[in-house]
Design a protein. Structure first.
Length: 179
């Protein structure tokens, strides 16, 4: 069960020097309409509340129509979490975005492969969202176990669990990088 993954005592393993180095987070999914803008929005809210400098942006590996708005399901999750929904337009992942990021978080292993095909030097700073939230060592990560399901098109009965997973994981990531 996914909740068990979050019992790892990862916060003790994250030094304050590591936290200080993370200023720019790039979150990547497929269309840049649901998972990545949702996680970036939650992270930006947590960073702002912490009083630290930093920001999260998002991009997609296959953005068919750049400039599309955030998916309604992602907007609803942000609103329920008390996060102001800012204007948003989807955008395609670029080498410059990867190069500018201190940390690249991806929803699926396929996204990680795209990031590393574009910029192989990003290997040490590119992680699956759920694995990074749980501080799972990369060598122990079996990607399919740590992939973040896309809420767009998911059955309605899966949405509450997906929402809880995203919010919980993002809060743990925020603690890890800004605490």
């Amino acid at each position: 069960m996914i909740d068990a993954r979050f019992s790892v005592p990862w916060l003790a393993e994250t030094s304050s020097a590591d936290r200080e180095r993370v200023r720019r987070v790039l979150v990547v999914c497929t269309a840049n309409e649901a998972r990545s803008p949702l996680v970036a929005g939650l992270l930006n809210h947590a960073i702002a509340r912490s009083g630290r400098r930093g920001s999260a942006t998002s991009a997609g590996t296959r953005v068919l129509e750049p400039g599309r708005p955030m998916a309604p399901v992602a907007r609803r999750v942000l609103a329920r979490a008390g996060v102001p929904v800012r204007p948003f337009h989807s955008r395609q992942l670029t080498a410059a975005m990867i190069g500018d990021a201190d940390l690249v978080l991806v929803a699926e292993e396929g996204h990680r492969r795209v990031v590393l095909d574009i910029d192989p030097s990003a290997v040490q700073r590119t992680h699956l969202i759920l694995a990074f939230a749980a501080a799972a060592p990369m060598q122990s990560v079996r990607s399919h176990e740590w992939e973040l399901e896309d809420p767009v098109g998911a059955p309605a009965d899966r949405l509450p669990a997906l929402e809880a997973t995203v919010v919980r994981a993002t809060l743990r990531i925020a603690e890890r990088i800004v605490a």
